[in-house]
Ligand binder design. Structure first.
Ligand SMILES: [Zn+2]
Ligand SMILES: [Zn+2]
Length: 333
């Protein structure tokens, strides 16, 4: 079968590899797979893996065959929870498998979903109803992580939130906060991403230089109750700390791996801010994302900017960090 592998840092091949060996798991034929920043880090070697490694963790696909006694049946469309948990460490026992001490991710610790066939445990698969379009389904894995993140923050209707960074996650944050009755201000430099956020329900949008005045106007100068950092740089986290109201909350969604500018630590203290650093997602988060999408409450299709094929994997990986792209999907079948 065809699969997209990395065979050394920054070396990607579309290879012919053996199909996964038959075992007690479910055999799935991926329909759409998503490429994201994590895959790019695996590809470049920034996240070390053993080679060769089939990449990819975002997948919606069709069940081909199931083990005896499975609740799933062939032909069912499913979303994959790509996280692997050991089930026996202290965090798994606490019901927090997303923080498992022996955690893994498909496409990183084990072979992933950029392939014509994938095997996965039945408990990692969720049914995707017909009311969700093919393309929208390709965004459900990311949505699960956004739902997971928003469960950590306490927002109420009428409160004001700012979302810094309007890429795939930022756009989903805007929509989900809007659904929660929050007045959302989207912030980025890019005009077309601001336009998209406005269509996705942002009450106002602003370029970074205008953010403070737009937020001041909406909050009588107090600042937003919640700031979502969805870029992943120290600079934007510092900005979030500066913008938040006294006593406010900050949702750190972009993955920060250190910097050297320093954060406004005194402001963190002076404002008594609460920072949340959610990681990964639980099955309940994916399930809620599916429900909200099936009910027509979230619009995922406008977030997809590219649909390529596995053969175009090199191009797809290039597009992920291109400021002109949004969600990049590859169609497998
Ligand atoms: Zn991802
Ligand atoms: Zn564990």
């Amino acid at each position: 079968m065809k699969a997209v592998q990395t065979v050394a840092p920054s070396e990607l091949v579309v290879a012919d590899v053996p199909e996964p060996a038959e075992d007690a798991q479910v055999l799935i034929r991926p329909q759409l797979v998503g490429v994201c920043g994590t895959d790019v880090k695996v590809y470049t070697g920034a996240i070390p893996v053993t080679y060769p490694r089939v990449m990819g963790h975002e997948m919606v696909g069709e069940v081909m065959s199931v083990p005896a006694g499975s609740h799933l049946s062939p032909g069912t469309r499913v979303l994959l929870d790509p996280a692997l948990a050991c089930g026996h460490c202290d965090l798994c026992r606490q019901g927090r498998p997303h923080l498992c001490r022996n955690a893994g991710l498909m496409g990183r610790e084990v072979d992933g979903v950029f392939a014509e066939y994938v095997r996965a445990p039945q408990n990692a698969l969720l049914h995707v109803p017909e009311s969700i379009s093919d393309v929208a389904a390709g965004v459900l894995q990311v949505l699960g992580t956004v739902v997971h993140a928003q469960r950590t923050v306490s927002v109420f209707p009428g409160q004001v939130a700012a979302v810094i960074g309007l890429g795939v996650a930022g756009q989903l944050m805007v929509q989900l906060l809007g659904e929660r009755g929050v007045t959302v201000v989207g912030i980025t430099r890019s005009d077309w991403k601001l336009d998209l956020a406005a269509r996705m329900g942002a009450a106002a949008v602003a370029t970074p230089d205008r953010a403070e005045s737009v937020l001041a106007e909406l909050t009588d100068g107090r600042g937003p109750d919640l700031v979502v950092e969805a870029v992943g740089t120290e600079q934007t986290l510092a900005r979030a700390i500066e913008l938040a109201t006294v006593g406010g909350e900050i949702l750190v969604f972009g993955t920060l791996t250190g910097g050297n500018q320093g954060l406004p630590y005194y402001l963190l203290y002076f404002k008594e801010l609460t920072l949340y650093n959610p990681r990964a997602a639980l099955l309940r988060d994916y399930a809620l994302g599916i429900e909200l999408t099936a009910a027509g409450r979230l619009q995922l299709e406008p977030i997809v900017s590219h649909q390529l094929t596995l053969d175009d994997a090199a191009e797809a990986f290039e597009l992920v960090n291109d400021p002109a792209s949004m969600k990049v999907l590859m169609r497998v079948s």
